[in-house]
Design a protein around this ligand. Structure first.
Ligand SMILES: [Zn+2]
Length: 386
């Protein structure tokens, strides 16, 4: 029997499956044979009818062995960077953080810590075990510090005035433990928290199944994240969509845990989940039909989760694809898992001269088309997602 990881309901049902997907979609490999034999796992997404939580019941944390080459920084995109900059502006103003101490859980290379320090935050302390012995340019500002460990109530050594946690909660197979632990770390102080996760409501509405990846255990919907926060002892001040709808942004304050709290507005989300379930397969079929036997060559723009999941889901139909293009120089020269295709810099497109550019995220379509055309190339552009 499958039990909901947020509310404990015994009634979850399967809505989507993908088998033999790379367990680390963002793990790039040095050569073709390593990339084609990258470890795989299965995804069986279930949805809870009581709190509208969606998660992969087949997730096995033991398969997740992160190592060098793992790269998921989003801030190489100008769009994401400007989103983060306005977010930093807003958080500093709304939470009154000038001269204060902010903790970021899962800070990655510290890009957000740097933005906060530049806006007057006195101490910006990030926790991230993946930063062990990694260099980053984002700790130069006074007050910025990265602790290369998991954040726990047990290892917090000083009071803090706000908590930020972006793109972490979707990776956890026991999210309630993390939220309850954070609630313990906050104690009696009125410390605001800001959480940001991929928005599963958006993913289902747009039937963006390329966002379904093994690294993400949880696909948070507005009702389910509200339930998780209430049950762990937080009162959501706002649960909003941002970044073109792709992110769910939660601001909350500490309160009393409400361990039995359930959302009363799950029906629209459940309908979207069932529509997603019906439509995802037919969309994949359409892409396969369109690309099978198409002459010429193609590239996928975006060697992130969406691009790599899309390419792998195509299977044999993706045979015309010769490379993935990405702005992040740390990915160049490496191979994407599963499909085993190289990640190249935009400049290399002149050589490849693709007939088709498959854009893995619609948000970047304008900047990509402008850049490709400025190189004197005139391929077709197709948006794969969102
Ligand atoms: Zn539930």
């Amino acid at each position: 029997m499958v039990e909901c990881i947020v509310c404990g309901s015994s009634r979850p049902a399967e809505i989507f499956e993908l088998v033999d997907v790379p367990v680390l979609c963002n793990q790039l490999w040095p050569d073709r044979s390593a990339a084609s034999s990258a470890p795989v796992g299965d995804i069986h997404l279930h949805r809870c009818p009581d709190c509208a939580m969606i998660w992969n019941v087949s997730f096995d944390p033991d398969r997740m062995v992160y190592s060098t080459g793992y790269e998921n920084a989003l801030h190489f995109s100008p769009s994401f960077r400007s989103f983060s900059e306005s977010l930093a502006d807003n958080l500093v103003a709304r939470f009154d953080l000038s001269g204060r101490t902010v903790v970021e859980i899962g800070c990655g290379d510290g890009h957000m810590l740097d933005l906060l320090a530049k806006r007057g935050v006195a101490e910006a302390v990030g926790y991230d075990p993946s930063m062990k012995s990694r260099e980053t340019p984002f700790t130069e500002q006074a007050g910025v510090e990265i602790v290369p460990e998991y954040f726990t109530a047990g290892n917090v050594t000083r009071p803090f005035d706000a908590v930020i946690c972006r793109h972490v909660l979707e990776h956890l197979d026991a999210p309630m433990e993390m939220l309850s632990d954070l609630r313990r770390a906050i104690g009696a102080r009125d410390v605001p928290v800001y959480f940001e996760v991929p928005n599963a409501d958006w993913m289902m509405r747009t039937v963006s199944m390329w966002d379904v990846i093994y690294e993400h255990v949880c696909y948070w919907t507005a009702p389910s994240i509200s339930a998780a926060f209430r049950r762990a002892g937080f009162v959501p001040v706002s649960v909003a969509e941002g970044y073109g709808g792709q992110f769910l942004m939660v601001e909350a304050r500490p309160g009393e845990p409400q361990p039995d709290w359930l959302p009363d507005n799950v029906s629209a989300t459940l309908e979207d989940a069932d529509a997603f379930s019906r439509t995802a397969r037919s969309i994949l079929g359409t892409w396969r039909d369109e690309l099978t036997g198409r002459p010429g060559s193609a590239v996928i723009w975006g060697a992130g989760s969406k691009g790599i999941t899309f390419g792998n889901a195509l299977g044999k139909a993706g045979g015309m694809i010769s490379a993935l293009v990405d702005l992040n120089p740390r990915k160049h020269g490496l191979m994407a898992p599963g499909m085993a295709l190289p990640v190249v810099a935009p400049e290399q497109l002149a050589e490849i001269a693709p007939d088709l550019v498959l854009i893995s995220n619609a948000l970047y379509a304008d900047e990509i088309e402008t850049r490709v055309r400025s190189m004197g190339l005139n391929p077709d552009f197709r948006i794969v997602a969102g």
